[in-house]
Ligand binder design. Structure first.
Ligand SMILES: Nc1ncnc2c1ncn2[C@@H]1O[C@H](COP(=O)(O)OP(=O)(O)OP(=O)(O)O)[C@@H](O)[C@H]1O
Ligand code: SF4
Ligand SMILES: [Mg+2]
Length: 343
């Protein structure tokens, strides 16, 4: 797929993450609270869901973010949209640190970056009619004046995602999974965003419907010059939509490459294993293999390279020393002791 970036080389990325991290700690249980009362420091485990991620998304591109369940994709997506604050690092919107945005700039960022969820049903209020669900962001942000303008915007949004405007009077439970996802997309589009964080938007849909929804994303991208961070646990899903792909493992980006390069010559052993799971010309004669072993707990990540317990190429060095993300070719980075850094 050709990359048509609606930008000039000098314009800043629409979103830039620098050393972004996010930890989760649970609330102390009674015994731990008691220990603190006596001046002792209870050791509450810290879960590092996202670890020092550097990533930028250029205006107009589709960046695929792929990794197994629990590797931190949704956490990263929620940080990008501003729904969840990062614990460390810097998040910039159009070149400006979001911490320093004025109230007006913050509003522009909040509207400009919208999220599409995996399970549209869970994110749609079952007691609200679709028309009211779509009208709500317009009212909250004062984006339309009067009932007739709101009605018109709701009608246009439904038409844009391929739904009958008469559906505005129905409730979410009256729709199929694919239609509900279209309603979720309409709700995001109604505030005229530039950037959609799509978090596994087709994972919950029937296979027969998945291609239709992917096509809708492709159409919308062209029509509205949208930028996407497209999250999936399945590399084959991002294959036809992403310009670049970032591979995430246990909270870190382990490989980033233009999609064509990544699929033609994956550099990181983890990417190679993910790719081997996709039925293709490359491996159709071979037996399907899932990635060996389980994703380790982010509460106690392995020493050295976090992938070493599952890596077929792991050596003693891998067990002791974490590789860093290095440039391996123009526009390509990977973190593995086996890859050759290009200077
Ligand atoms: N609010 C939270 N409180 C505590 N731990 C959390 C919270 N949100 C996420 N986590 C943990 O952070 C890690 C990353 O979770 P995240 O949901 O970002 O992964 P994911 O890659 O999106 O997984 P999936 O493919 O299953 O959606 C997991 O170990 C998860 O249990
Ligand atoms: S650093 Fe070692 S363990 Fe990690 S991916 Fe590379 S070869 Fe495998
Ligand atoms: Mg998720």
């Amino acid at each position: 797929m050709s990359i048509d970036l609606h930008t000039t080389p000098s314009s800043p990325p629409i979103i830039e993450l620098e050393q972004i991290g996010r930890v989760f700690t649970r609330s102390p249980v009674a015994a731990e609270r008691l220990l603190s009362l006596f001046g002792r420091d209870p050791e509450i485990p810290v879960l590092r869901a996202v670890r020092a991620v550097d990533l930028s998304v250029q205006r107009g591109e589709v960046l695929g973010l792929v990794g197994e369940s629990g590797c931190g994709k949704s956490t990263l997506g929620r940080i990008v949209t501003g729904i969840l604050p990062a614990s460390s690092g810097k998040l910039s919107y159009e070149g400006q640190d979001v911490q320093t945005l004025t109230a007006q700039e913050k509003k522009r960022y909040t509207l400009s970056v919208q999220m599409i969820f995996q399970d549209p049903y869970a994110s749609l209020n079952p007691r609200q009619k679709v028309g009211d669900i779509l009208a709500e962001p317009l009212k909250v942000h004062g984006l339309a004046k009067g009932r007739s303008q709101i009605k018109e915007r709701v009608r246009d949004a439904l038409l844009e995602v391929g739904l009958d405007p008469a559906y505005a009077d129905r409730y979410p439970h009256q729709f199929s999974g694919g239609q509900r996802q279209r309603i979720g997309i309409a709700r995001a589009l109604i505030v005229e965003p530039d950037f959609l964080v799509c978090d596994e938007p087709i994972a919950a849909l029937d296979v027969s419907i998945q291609a239709q929804v992917i096509n809708l994303f492709l159409e919308l991208r062209t029509r509205r010059a949208l930028t996407y961070l497209f999250i999936s646990h399945d590399l084959s899903v991002v294959r036809h939509i992403a310009d670049r792909v970032a591979i995430m493992y246990l909270g870190e980006i382990v490989e980033l490459a233009p999609a064509a390069d990544l699929f033609a010559s994956p550099a990181h052993p983890y990417t190679q294993t993910l790719l081997d799971q996709i039925p293709s010309v490359r491996n159709r004669k071979r037996k399907f293999h899932a990635v060996k072993g389980e994703l380790p707990s982010p509460l106690s990540p392995p020493s050295g390279c976090a992938f070493h317990p599952r890596c077929p190429h792991a050596t003693e060095r891998c067990r002791n020393e974490a590789p860093s993300l290095v440039s391996i070719a123009p526009g390509r980075t990977a973190s593995c002791h086996l890859v050759k850094e290009s200077k």
